[in-house]
Structures are given as structure tokens and as C-alpha cells.
Write a protein that binds this ligand. Structure first.
Ligand SMILES: NC(=O)c1ccc[n+]([C@@H]2O[C@H](COP(=O)([O-])OP(=O)(O)OC[C@H]3O[C@@H](n4cnc5c(N)ncnc54)[C@H](O)[C@@H]3O)[C@@H](O)[C@H]2O)c1
Length: 315
């Protein structure tokens, strides 16, 4: 902490890192730092006014209070552990780690060091998801019983490492899949367990999955069904979530709207502007400043990773 500003370092200045930079720049109480092993990525961040360090070691010489870890999947756990061992709070990109042992180590070190670990499940901060959660909490659909989530997209540019198991730890389920699993956990208000999964490589010349169909069950007896697909061609994207409850249902079209259906009719409210990375940044900075628990937290990350790794085992 310098004077009254929190020093937040973005580690990994790629696709996600740049979204985090834009978000944290909106928070006056934050001084931003950055680091990346790629000099071109560092130069691009410097050009936007972010002070960067040439090495991860040099970053810690600048004494950050908190680190946003946004590196490829197999590098997430080591980077998070280093940050915690330097007594920094961590906002950690999904999928948190690629093994449960690493994820548990992160939780243990965070507890020992009394540091926060927040998971970057930014979809919780989408207005349509927040509204769905508020409706469920208010009892608008009774008890949620079934969630059907489809996240299918057409071809788009993604970092090449996403398809490389040694770096990605898996394929689309590790890159996109954590969001829908966490969304269902968030809406149910509990953590689901995978009981069935079909994991396939249907369209891309890779050794990781481009397609998953999976079922999770919840302690309350609820069920969630997921489809994750990356099409090889242009496609009408379907990022849609249906939530069926005992008294009504919700339909979320990600990035667009949420509709409530009950015996009283349907309601599709006007939603505020979307800035999910800013929502996450505000929660992280708020929790640090207020000395309170953060949400989504490391336990939420462990639950999502466990569900995904179980899909790979089940196949
Ligand atoms: N929350 C979201 O909506 C969201 C969106 C995209 C990506 N992500 C996540 O963010 C993470 C990064 O993904 P991306 O798409 O930004 O990848 P990317 O390839 O665009 O960027 C990763 C950056 O990390 C750097 N890097 C790699 N190893 C490093 C290390 N050990 N130390 C410092 N820098 C290192 C690379 O040079 C690169 O600039 C992944 O965990 C991914 O799943 C999250």
C-alpha cells in the first residue's frame, strides 16, 4: 500500500490481463503494475501507462499488495503460490490450477498467510446473471431444481496454447467451461459434483476436447446439464441458461437478457450496462479494503476444477 493506494499487479498481460487492466484503471484507489515474460506484451502495457517489471522477481521488488494471475493454465498455480508467499492477495484466473493438489495448496497457503484468493468467475458480475441470482434469492421461481446450460460458439481467435494439453491442462472445458459450471453453482447456491460426461474431439485437429456434454448433481438434489462446444466454422453462438424451479423458470441469454416466467406471466427487465471485469475488480478491492471474505472464493474455484477434472476421468 502506498499512501492510500492499493498496489495491484497484473501478471500476464494477454487477453484476460488487458481486460483486468482496463477494469482496475477505473478504480481510483489502485496503482497498477504489470509483468509478462513477453517484452512485446510489456511494451504494449507500458504504452497505456502501466509500470511493468521485466521479470516476475523484479515485480515483487515493486512491493505489490495484490496480484491478478492471468497466465496460461499450467502456470497459474505456481504464480499464485509465489504471490501468496510474498503476502499478496490474489485474484486468480480460472481454472485456478490444473490439479486438485495444486488448488488445495493454494487454499492452504492463503489460509496460513491470511491472504484472500478470489476466483475470476466474471460471469457472476454480468447483469443478467446477477438479476437471476437476486430473483432466485427472493424465491421468484421457488426451489431451483434443474439447470440446462449450453455454451456453444463458432470459430474465433483464441490463444494457440488453449489447444495444447501441456499448457492448457485440457481443452475448451478448461478455457470456457469453468464459467458455466460456476454459474450453475452460483445459481443453485451450492457446489455440484459430476456424475456423467461425454468428452470428445469432434472438429479440431487437436488432442484436447472441443466438445463436452456433462451432468452434475447438487447436495439439495438439483441437477445441471452442460453442453460445451467449439464449432470449427462460423456459427450462431448459443450461450444460454435455463433454470427450472418449483414455482417458475428463468432464461438467460448471456450478454443480452434474463426472462422470468411464472404463473403471473413473463418479465424481461431492462438491465444496466455490462462490465464484468470491473465488477470483479471492485469486489476484490472492496474485500481487501474492508477486511472481509471475498466472493467468488478459492473454495468455489476448487469445486469447479474438481467437477471439470471428474469430467475428464468419466469421459
Ligand atoms: N475470466 C475470463 O473471462 C477470461 C477470459 C480469457 C482468459 N481467461 C484466463 O486468463 C488466463 C490467461 O489467458 P489469456 O487468454 O489471457 O492468454 P494469453 O495467451 O492471451 O495471455 C497470457 C499471457 O501470459 C504471459 N505469460 C505466460 N507465462 C507467464 C509467466 N510464467 N509469467 C508471466 N507471464 C507469463 C504470456 O506471455 C501472455 O502474454 C487463463 O487462465 C485463461 O483461462 C479468463
Amino acid at each position: 500500500m502506498t499512501a492510500d493506494r492499493l498496489r495491484v499487479a497484473i501478471l500476464g498481460l494477454g487477453t484476460a490481463g488487458n481486460r483486468h487492466i482496463a477494469a482496475f484503471k477505473e478504480i481510483a484507489a489502485v496503482e497498477l503494475l504489470g509483468a509478462d515474460t513477453d517484452p512485446a506484451r510489456r511494451a504494449a502495457a507500458e504504452a497505456t501507462g502501466v509500470r511493468t517489471a521485466a521479470t516476475v522477481e523484479a515485480l515483487y521488488d515493486l512491493r505489490p499488495d495484490a496480484v491478478v494471475v492471468a497466465v496460461p493454465h499450467t502456470a497459474l498455480a505456481d504464480a499464485a503460490l509465489t504471490a501468496l508467499q510474498r503476502d499478496c492477495h490474489v485474484l486468480l484466473e480460472k481454472p485456478m490450477a490444473t490439479t486438485l493438489a495444486d488448488a488445495r495448496r493454494i487454499l492452504d497457503v492463503a489460509k496460513a498467510r491470511k491472504r484472500l484468493v478470489m476466483l475470476s468467475f466474471v460471469h457472476r458480475f454480468r447483469p443478467e446473471v446477477a438479476k437471476a441470482k437476486a430473483w432466485i434469492a427472493a424465491g421468484a421461481i421457488g426451489r431451483p431444481r434443474l439447470i440446462v446450460d449450453t455454451m456453444a460458439s463458432g470459430a474465433s481467435s483464441m490463444p494457440a496454447w488453449v489447444w495444447d494439453r501441456k499448457v492448457g491442462g485440457g481443452g475448451m472445458m478448461m478455457y470456457n467451461g469453468p464459467h458455466p459450471v460456476d454459474r450453475a453453482n452460483f445459481l443453485f447456491g451450492e457446489h455440484g459434483t459430476t456424475v456423467a460426461a461425454t468428452v470428445r474431439t469432434l472438429s479440431y485437429p487437436v488432442d484436447t476436447e472441443d466438445t463436452v456434454a456433462a451432468t452434475l448433481v447438487y447436495p439439495s438434489g438439483g441437477v445441471a446439464s452442460f453442453v460445451q462446444h467449439k464449432a470449427p466454422a462460423a456459427a450462431h453462438g448459443a450461450w444460454e441458461t435455463h433454470v427450472y424451479g418449483t414455482e417458475g423458470s428463468l432464461f438467460i441469454r448471456t450478454g443480452e437478457r434474463v426472462t422470468l416466467t411464472t404463473k403471473a406471466g413473463t418479465e424481461t427487465p431492462q438491465l444496466g450496462p455490462e462490465d464484468r471485469f470491473l465488477g470483479a475488480a471492485q469486489e476484490f478491492v472492496g474485500a481487501i479494503g474492508e477486511g472481509r471474505a471475498v466472493s467468488p472464493n478459492g473454495d468455489d474455484g476448487l469445486a469447479v476444477l474438481a467437477a471439470i477434472l471428474k469430467m475428464y476421468e468419466t469421459r
